[in-house]
Design a protein around this ligand. Sequence first.
Ligand SMILES: Nc1nc2c(ncn2[C@@H]2O[C@H](COP(=O)(O)OP(=O)(O)OP(=O)(O)O)[C@@H](O)[C@H]2O)c(=O)[nH]1
Ligand SMILES: [Mg+2]
Length: 173
Amino acid sequence: MKEIKLVVVGLTGSGKTTLVKHASQIPVVETDERSLRDIGKPTTTTALDFGAVDMGDVRVRLFGTPGQERFSYMWDDLLQGADGFIFLIDGSDPESLEAAREMLRTYREKTSIPFIVGITHSDVPRSMTPEEVAKYLELPEWAVRGVVATDRESALSLVGYFVELLKKGGRYG
Ligand SMILES: Nc1nc2c(ncn2[C@@H]2O[C@H](COP(=O)(O)OP(=O)(O)OP(=O)(O)O)[C@@H](O)[C@H]2O)c(=O)[nH]1
Ligand SMILES: [Mg+2]
């Protein structure tokens, strides 16, 4: 079976661990620990999340990164051998948008592999739309999709969408 490695990146609280957990069909390896700082949730990823899901003839390996800067030593390691990355933004938190843009810039300087942007919390009323965010990030609309990371079907649909794009782009398969 062909294998594809996707890395899930984004700010703390953007929903990376949640997405990997809901998209994976194997029990997920998690490294969440109690957060020392108040980040609006009890735990934070300290090293990585790992999950996997088979999609047709492709086995997708999903690696979630830690969002916090102090664990950023993991970022380059996790990108090793990756076929693409999914950049998550919490759509219910417009105040995080500027920091998210900066972080996306950092990742695009690190690597030239393909990426898409997922707008999480799409189920929260008055969340930012993918169109708005695409405009802000100066990306084409096809590159930015809404997702409900807590919902298995929605999480899988985002991953599946990216896998199809990678196949079409000739980057994979
Ligand atoms: N309603 C809703 N809640 C979400 C969604 N995605 C994530 N959440 C919640 O938002 C929080 C995000 O937490 P994580 O998945 O731990 O975020 P993370 O990006 O892994 O954060 P770090 O590991 O700290 O970098 C959790 O409480 C999730 O339940 C979503 O699409 N909708
Ligand atoms: Mg996490």
